[in-house]
Design a protein around this ligand. Sequence first.
Ligand SMILES: Cc1cc2nc3c(=O)[nH]c(=O)nc-3n(C[C@H](O)[C@H](O)[C@H](O)COP(=O)(O)OP(=O)(O)OC[C@H]3O[C@@H](n4cnc5c(N)ncnc54)[C@H](O)[C@@H]3O)c2cc1C
Length: 327
Amino acid sequence: MTKVVYQGRSFERLDDESVLRCLLRNGIRAPYSCESGACQACTMRAINGTPTTVSQEDLKETQKTLGYFKACVCRPEEDLEVTLLDDAQKHKYQMEVVEKTLLNNEILRLRLACDEPFEYRAGQFINIFKGDLIRSYSIASLPGQDEMLEFHIKRVPGGVVSHWLSDGVQLGDPLTVTGPMGECFYHEAESVEGVLAVGTGSGLAPLWGIVRDALTQGYEKPIILCHGAMKPENLYYVDELRELEARYENFSYFPCVSAPDEGELLTDLSLGFPNDVAFMKQPSLAKWQGFLCGHPEMVNNTKRMAFLAGAALKNIHADPFVMASPT
Ligand SMILES: Cc1cc2nc3c(=O)[nH]c(=O)nc-3n(C[C@H](O)[C@H](O)[C@H](O)COP(=O)(O)OP(=O)(O)OC[C@H]3O[C@@H](n4cnc5c(N)ncnc54)[C@H](O)[C@@H]3O)c2cc1C
């Protein structure tokens, strides 16, 4: 008989009992509705063990990669340790600020250390708390390669949390964080013919992680990254990305500038918005995977353009950096 493990407690599964029914029988208040695998209300995450194939049918590839499964139709042949999605998102981590570096005149690199295991994929995001205020920030670091968690924070004019992180928070201070969340991360897909990554401003944060993730996982088809800023001095990580471009033949990097000073010479930079440059370099996106991050309008327009250029919606991963609504 196999077991279901939840929050350190272990429950024996009865013959033919689903993971959901086993938890409910033992008094765990797990959400559910149709109990036939259709509504996905009972979706959970396996943190140890492999969910059955049938319990992952109809889920997105990114969700499968994260171990999501439908508990009402899951009758595993091995022990399964699970977490409810709500639990995972409510758990608060205390992280310590270990580095603050200005990457240019408006973007801060923040590195955080976490003293408990924090599993994530490069490109997902976390929520940072300042009292009752919550703001999302994308993860730029790569698990297994970068020791600390890395974030790129743009100082938004009049922005409460971005200014607090830039000026108020000191090295050694604790930050309260929940996450990771989101499905904007690289995942292997056999039929994908290339990866297009487009970002503006601190939208490079998730892309810096995603591109390195694909390359270190041995992805060999073309990867194109177009990063945009208004002026050359608003770009960052140019040297690091050129170095990556020199190291990997299949990786091309295009730093783009949309509003240079009049008469300014743009050596080695592309003139224009990063999405326009991207579609000039790669007009057809049939069977391509797209990652779009940063300014909401740019992200939403590019998502539409990518779809019209042939990319399947399931292969377009977008994180528009939408502002929080005023309290
Ligand atoms: C999934 C996700 C990932 C993100 N990742 C990053 C990241 O990696 N790096 C990063 O720098 N940011 C990221 N953001 C944005 C970030 O969460 C904050 O919104 C940003 O830092 C501004 O917060 P703030 O408290 O400084 O500004 P706020 O105090 O919230 O607002 C700043 C100013 O903007 C104005 N404003 C509010 N809403 C709007 C609006 N809709 N349009 C125009 N102006 C508005 C306000 O009136 C105020 O003047 C991400 C957002 C999301 C949703």
